[in-house]
Design a protein around this ligand. Sequence first.
Ligand SMILES: C[S@@+](CC[C@H](N)C(=O)[O-])C[C@H]1O[C@@H](n2cnc3c(N)ncnc32)[C@H](O)[C@@H]1O
Length: 346
Amino acid sequence: MYKQELKIIVKSIIASNNDDEYIHWAQKLSVFYQKILKDEHSDNNEIVVQGGIALSSSGAADCVDDYLRTIHFIKGIYKAINNLDTLFSCRKINILYAGCGPYATLILPLLPLLNKERINAVLIDINKSSIESVRNIISKIGLEDYNLHTIETDATTYIIPKDFVVDLAVSETMHYALTREPQVAISRNIMKQIPENAIFIPQEIKINLAFTFFNYEPSLKIDINGIKGYKNMQPYIYNVFVDRLLTINKEHFLGENNDSKFETNYYSLPDNFSNHPDVCLFTEIKIFEDIELKTAESYITNPYCVVSMYVIKDYSEIQFVYDFSEIPKWTYRLKKKQLISRRKNS
Ligand SMILES: C[S@@+](CC[C@H](N)C(=O)[O-])C[C@H]1O[C@@H](n2cnc3c(N)ncnc32)[C@H](O)[C@@H]1O
């Protein structure tokens, strides 16, 4: 019964093509999960690892309610699996899901649409209760006949078994501007172990620098009705794009690059900044091919304010440092304004 209900929901998610439908079907998925698990999640089991904070199982469950994120990831993963299905028609497709949370939200709903003979999936989470919850859901929905392995382990250090050649790896373990959660540390560990032609989702995460008015920028917020107000938001017209600071994709981790720290160039700070007083970072996510998440379409693409220029007005240049060796964060360094000395004509 549950499997049939999930199949109807996921078919509708795949077919949905406008914001109202996305929200409607993401809410149906959320209600479906709550019905099965009846709020059994703990909210005091966050875990700090080298590379970031793993959300509590309750926090991870709530991610399903980040509606556009959930819908676009499910659509992107479905598209990637179909591509792989055509490419490898004579063998099974191996999927690794790092940071699956208590619902395995981005893969599990797709299973009723997929031929169980064609899929092997490894679902990982560091949180014991999230993994137990996934096992529980698999049995309640009746998906035990799929080849699914659930493992409680740290995805930043997990070693993929040699006989499991990954075709598709998925990890959504991120917060906006790649702060707080271990997306980059997990991506680095997994990307370095999967074959060159394997797909990693999200395919690309871009962090852009802009000078703007942070309070006027669109930002997704929780609304009392549960529907987010993202439709009412307009981009701020005096936003000044400065540069792309960082792109996380498979190419980024090619070779022996094991640094957990990344420094940008120095950028000039404008003398007149009244229209755009805040130094901000914007996140864009290419999930798979043309399926993307833009600013404020999701909590994970909300803008992030690094510093106000009023605080650093005695400085002329700024450089950014991204460090994910512990809890990921952005810091900055500043260069002083040069005092121009005038020589009197004698
Ligand atoms: C943002 S939640 C997303 C949950 C689910 N994938 C979704 O999209 O709804 C991130 C999940 O990754 C897990 N996680 C974070 N860091 C991890 C790590 N180092 N190893 C394994 N799992 C991790 C957290 O416990 C949490 O369940």
